[in-house]
Design a protein around this ligand. Structure first.
Ligand code: UD1
Length: 362
């Protein structure tokens, strides 16, 4: 059984499944890190937080254009899969390595499961949307987090027999590490004490790669900072753009706390204590829904609509955000519900599904 881990958001999806498979007498998980993310805080420290072992294989693909990254993962992973063919391949999420490994599995006729299948933003300008559509089209087993995932797949003609709703694996990682998250005290450690604070994470190419949207974001963050302390762990892509434009100094001068990306436990500790979160990430929309923390997603769409329908998420433009935040801070925290099967037991359901299927349907 091969498990592919590639980029920061993947690790929280792979870890609970790796642990569940490792404890099962009938499975032997082999962990493969493609190396799409390689910085200590983007990778090694998160592995440690999630008690993942050193990967059995490290493909070392690094950064590059989409084609370079996807191609390198395909070439390197194909060698590993041909050398010792797994009985199953599991890919997670929607990053370039996900689709690359799934293509290799499909061509080698290795039964392949996609964990976090069926999510759709319907925005094909997002590289992740292309990765999601392509991966789901070629995988044998599609593990969905929510009913909208099932509906999207069925509308695309996927046979129902391939789909199993397993719930949201990210929250298994949260529950697995909850005591450490609760003990971490990140806000105090970075000197944010006393007053309520807001956490921001932004890295989508559409938001940060060009000057006009970046300018709008920076103005938005400065407006938020005038209302409450903003802590901004900066993704390397965003850090480079802020540095190039001098907007990092501008944010700092306004009082925004720019910090390096945090490992999982320290980051979740910061989020757990926040009054609100501003993001363009996928997973954080889900984690804030689980925790009941108001989340403002700076995107025009989301592949995770259940976080809006049932959770605490809302889409916003940079211009609208300060007003929406003000309103949310004034409201009693609304009683929202955790979507069904977002319960910390998704990995167990994946393992049960693998057992029930025996061999993947072809
Ligand atoms: C990738 C994923 C995105 C995910 C994000 C989370 C794709 C298409 N995108 O985007 O879905 O939400 O990861 O972080 O797969 N870099 C580092 N250190 C690292 C990793 C990247 O410095 O550990 C730098 C790269 O050199 C590059 C930039 O950050 O300049 C972007 O990295 P890349 O992996 O291309 O895409 P992400 O924006 O991280």
């Amino acid at each position: 059984m091969h498990l592919i881990a590639a980029a920061r958001p993947n690790f929280m999806k792979v870890a609970p499944l790796w642990h569940a498979l490792n404890e099962a007498p009938d499975f032997d998980p082999v962990l493969i890190h493609t190396g799409q993310h390689y910085d200590a805080n983007m990778s090694d420290a998160i592995f440690e937080d999630l008690r993942l072992p050193q990967p059995d294989h490290h493909l070392g693909v690094g950064s590059g254009t989409h084609a370079e990254q996807t191609g390198r993962v395909m070439i390197a992973y194909e060698k590993v899969a041909m050398e010792r063919r797994p009985d199953w391949l599991v890919v997670v999420g929607d990053v370039n390595s996900t689709v690359a490994a799934a293509l290799v599995g499909a061509k080698l006729l290795i039964p392949t499961a996609h964990l976090e299948a069926g999510l759709r933003s319907r925005d094909r300008t997002m590289p992740e949307e292309i990765n999601r559509i392509a991966t789901d089209a070629i995988c044998d087993v599609l593990w969905t987090p929510s009913p909208d995932g099932d509906r999207n797949l069925i509308a695309e003609g996927v046979p129902e027999a391939r789909i199993t709703r397993v719930g949201n694996i990210m929250l298994d990682s949260f529950e697995m590490t909850r005591p450490k998250i609760e003990a971490a005290g990140t806000a105090a450690e970075i000197g944010v004490t006393g007053a309520p604070y807001c956490v921001a994470t932004l890295h989508r190419p559409a938001n940060v790669d060009t000057n006009e949207p970046l300018r709008a974001l920076v103005d938005c963050l400065k407006a938020v900072q005038r209302r409450l302390q903003l802590v901004f762990p900066v993704h390397p892509r965003t850090a480079a753009r802020l540095r190039d434009t001098g907007m990092d100094a501008e944010l700092e001068a306004a009082g925004v706390r720019l910090i390096a990306p945090l490992p999982y436990i320290r980051f979740m500790s910061l989020v757990t204590g926040a009054a609100a979160v501003i993001t363009d990430s996928g997973g954080i929309q889900e984690e804030t829904t689980y925790l009941g923390i108001p989340c403002f997603t700076l995107r025009e769409n989301t592949e995770r609509p259940i976080t809006i329908e049932e959770g605490t998420n809302r889409l916003s433009t940079p211009a609208e955000l300060p007003g929406l935040l003000e309103a949310a801070l004034g409201e009693a925290r609304s009683v929202r519900r955790r979507p069904v099967l977002w319960d910390g037991h998704t990995a167990e359901r994946c393992v049960a599904d693998l057992r029930a299927r025996g061999e993947a349907p072809r």
